[in-house]
Ligand binder design. Structure first.
Ligand code: PDD
Length: 285
């Protein structure tokens, strides 16, 4: 049984308790982070902690924990649950003052903080990454502040199910003809030696993996273009891929039934995956 962390306590998962009035539960009034673990160490903890602060600030939510203590809780859960490869999930909600109300609760209301681990042996050496993912495109009907990592994940979950029903792995969301991002990852295409991905704005999540991968790509003298691309341009690309903390760099081999290149992962995405894993393992804490 897992040990989880709830509001200052380490508990067996079956003993963890949250109020039914918690605003995370009633209103999706909460933010989250997912940090991967390789060799029992945290990948890019700093990046996730910085984005967490930003998400909380944007929603005028209190941060109940310092960065140092947050790192300690992450490490302790990894240790207690003997995670070699996997994820640490963190969620902070606006808590509850014991009733349901659209207005935010009194400012002294304590936020709720929950962390748990997910054991994922083989996360780095993933068969799925060798095969590549097939994606469908769907309309992006999410709200306008996708830069805030909120727990409002119903539409992305529905998108994932639409993909599964179509025999695919994931969905890319499209707004005004342009790809925004994947259901739980940032989206890229490759044309020649150029990596193309949407620029940062309120329309997409500012991926922590994205920042690192683009830095490594530039260091490896690859050309990076941050601009909008259409789903049609994507279908004509040489390669495509996604990035996320839970899947690192994932090649995309098919979009809406159209195979990219020869329908295998290609050259750029697997290379970026390798560089990312090598460099991030070295910097893990
Ligand atoms: N998802 N875009 C969306 C909509 C996401 O949900 C995520 C992450 C990303 C990639 O961000 P990062 O590189 O910081 O993980 C982009 C996480 C992994 C999840 O919901 O499980």
């Amino acid at each position: 049984m897992r040990t989880v962390y709830v509001n200052g306590e380490y508990l067996p998962e079956t003993e963890a308790r949250i109020s039914i009035f918690d605003r995370g539960f009633l209103m999706a009034d909460g933010v989250y982070e997912v940090t991967s673990v390789l060799d029992g160490k945290l990948i890019d903890f700093d990046g996730h902690a910085v984005r967490l602060s930003r998400s909380l600030n944007e929603l005028e939510m209190k941060n109940p924990i310092s960065k140092e203590d947050l790192l300690e809780v992450h490490r302790e859960l990894v240790r207690l649950n003997e995670i070699d490869e996997g994820l640490v999930y963190l969620q902070i909600t606006r808590g509850s003052d014991g009733d349901r109300d659209f207005a935010f609760p009194a400012p002294e209301t304590e936020p709720t903080i929950v962390l748990f681990t997910q054991n994922k042996p083989g996360l780095a050496d993933s068969p799925a990454a060798k095969k590549g993912a097939k994606v469908i495109s769907i309309e992006d009907i999410r709200w306008g502040r996708r830069d805030i990592k909120t727990v409002q994940l119903l539409y992305p979950s529905m998108g994932k199910m639409m993909a599964k029903k179509a025999g695919c792995d994931d969905a890319w969301m499209v707004e005004d003809g342009f790809v925004t991002e994947g259901t739980s990852n940032n989206a890229y295409i490759v044309k020649g030696n150029k990596i193309i991905t949407r620029a940062l704005s309120n329309e997409i999540l500012h991926g922590i993996t994205r920042a690192a991968v683009l830095r490594f790509a530039r260091e490896a003298q690859m050309e990076v273009e941050e601009r909008n691309f259409t789903i049609d341009e994507a279908k004509q690309a040489d390669e495509a891929f996604t990035t996320s903390a839970s899947a690192f760099v994932m090649p995309v081999v098919e979009i809406d039934g159209v195979a990219l290149g020869d329908g295998t992962p290609g050259r750029v995405a697997p290379r970026l995956r390798e560089i990312y894993l090598d460099e991030m393992r070295k910097a893990a804490v």
